[in-house]
Design a protein around this ligand. Structure first.
Ligand SMILES: C[S@@+](CC[C@H](N)C(=O)[O-])C[C@H]1O[C@@H](n2cnc3c(N)ncnc32)[C@H](O)[C@@H]1O
Length: 257
């Protein structure tokens, strides 16, 4: 989580500018989020993950892996406390989270823009009830992501709380560790939502499968990094939580790693 109190200029114009920056970053995130639903679900977007392929398979695979790597690196490096400590010597503390959100959106926009569909069907469910079930689970995944952000604190996760408090000249207090609702069932409900959103499709193409496999592996690694940070911040509280609540599969014991 973003830390400590404002350290930059306290003049009103600076605070308003920081707030507007945070607001614009949030709006860009929200549009990117909506576009991602269309991109993965092949709904209402000019180019989706499964559009017709235009270049040879190997070339497309290389480009797509590079795009996913850019996103994974941006997302993981910028989330680390050590990076934030260095980064906030360059940018003002109150806009650190908004900048993270903005860069994440830009990495995703690059991915949507340059993504190379790869053709090839891995599975294609014909049964209409089966298709409806998978599409519903796809929607459920996105809903789970959104609900989980609100359970933690949607506006803090996306940087708005930080710039709003700064605008009002109030001290930012980092969120306390909490386990509301779904967080009592699994430690990472938001990432479970991603798994549903990435894997639940009635028609799985090669490009979609590459996306789902790489993002799944990435999330499993990201969980290790995130939990390492959470333990260093919350210590025994998180250790205990980790022993008591499974990582991603409800009711499964021994999911500490
Ligand atoms: C994108 S959210 C994902 C949260 C969680 N991994 C999940 O899948 O639901 C990542 C941020 O949530 C914070 N976080 C994770 N678990 C938390 C909890 N139980 N309480 C408060 N913050 C949490 C992390 O510190 C990190 O900044």
């Amino acid at each position: 989580m973003t830390q400590t109190q404002p350290t930059i200029t306290t003049n009103k114009l600076g605070r308003i500018t920081a707030f507007l920056y945070g607001l614009v970053s949030y709006i860009i995130f929200f549009i990117t989020f909506l576009y991602a639903i269309g991109f993965l679900g092949n709904i209402l977007v000019p180019k989706s993950i499964d559009s017709p392929s235009q270049i040879p398979l190997t070339q497309a695979l290389m480009i797509n892996l590079a795009l996913l790597t850019v996103f994974a690196l941006q997302h993981s490096v910028m989330a680390r406390q050590s990076f934030k400590n260095w980064w906030t010597k360059i940018i003002p503390q109150p806009i650190e989270r908004s900048t993270y959100v903005l860069f994440s959106s830009l990495a995703l926009i690059l991915l949507f823009w340059q993504w190379q569909p790869m053709g090839g069907i891995v599975w294609n469910l014909q049964n209409s009830i089966g298709r409806i079930i998978l599409l519903s689970l796809f929607g459920f995944g996105w809903l789970l992501v959104l609900i989980s952000t609100f359970l933690i604190n949607h506006f803090d996760l996306f940087g708005l709380r930080q710039v709003y408090l700064y605008l009002r000249g109030e001290t930012y207090i980092p969120l306390k560790f909490s386990t509301p609702g779904l967080y009592k069932i699994v430690r990472h409900p938001l990432y479970v939502g991603w798994f549903f959103a990435f894997w639940m499709t009635p028609t799985m193409t090669i490009a979609h499968l590459v996306f789902a496999i790489v993002t799944t592996l990435y999330i499993l690694i990201a969980i290790q990094l995130e939990e390492r940070d959470l333990i260093s911040i919350h210590g025994e509280d998180y250790e205990t939580y980790r022993r008591q609540v499974p990582m991603i599969i409800p009711f499964l014991k021994n999911q500490q790693t």
